[in-house]
Design a protein around this ligand. Structure first.
Ligand code: TYD
Length: 140
């Protein structure tokens, strides 16, 4: 299956009441992996582009729990898609081996990232040319 077809927006359960909102995200229930790690990104200026890498092992779900941002996803074969994250109860699922760029952060953006792995810098592909070579099977 084309990896771009597995990139998808997720909508999480909301159990808000008169006291306020509550959104639930459970591993293997609301996201398709056990959550091993969370990190969050905030304080990025509007002209900053983050990410710019692909992961050989990690899957992610990204949620703008506050504010907004955009995610550009590329498969290295010429296909790309742009998603807007703008509601605290929606997220985007990113499978392994997609190139991702996060940008257009609002000043109040808090981008929560759920990951299927513990951090291992060696599984990151940070050079786009290397990514294309690996995707096309001609890495050295
Ligand atoms: P980086 O991957 O460049 O962030 P982004 O994808 O948001 O642009 O990570 C920034 C730094 O933080 C880099 O030195 C690696 C480190 N880092 C960790 O140590 N653990 C983690 O879980 C993450 C995501 C990053």
């Amino acid at each position: 299956m084309n990896v771009m077809n597995s990139v998808q927006m997720l909508e999480f359960s909301q159990k808000g009441d008169e006291r306020g909102h509550l959104v639930i995200v459970e591993g293997m229930e609301d996201v398709p992996f056990e959550i091993k790690r969370i990190f969050y990104i905030y304080g990025s200026d509007k002209d900053v582009v983050r990410g710019q890498h692909a992961n050989q092992e990690s899957e992610f779900v990204l949620i703008n729990v506050a504010g907004t941002s955009k995610i550009k996803v590329k498969d290295g074969k010429g296909n790309e898609a742009i998603y807007s994250l703008n509601r605290p109860h929606t997220g985007i699922y990113l499978p392994k081996m997609v190139w991702k760029e996060m940008y257009d952060f609002s000043p109040d953006s808090v981008l929560l990232c759920l990951a299927s792995t513990h951090y291992d810098g060696k599984e990151y592909i940070r050079n786009y040319e290397d990514f294309i070579k690996i995707i096309n099977g001609d890495a050295k």
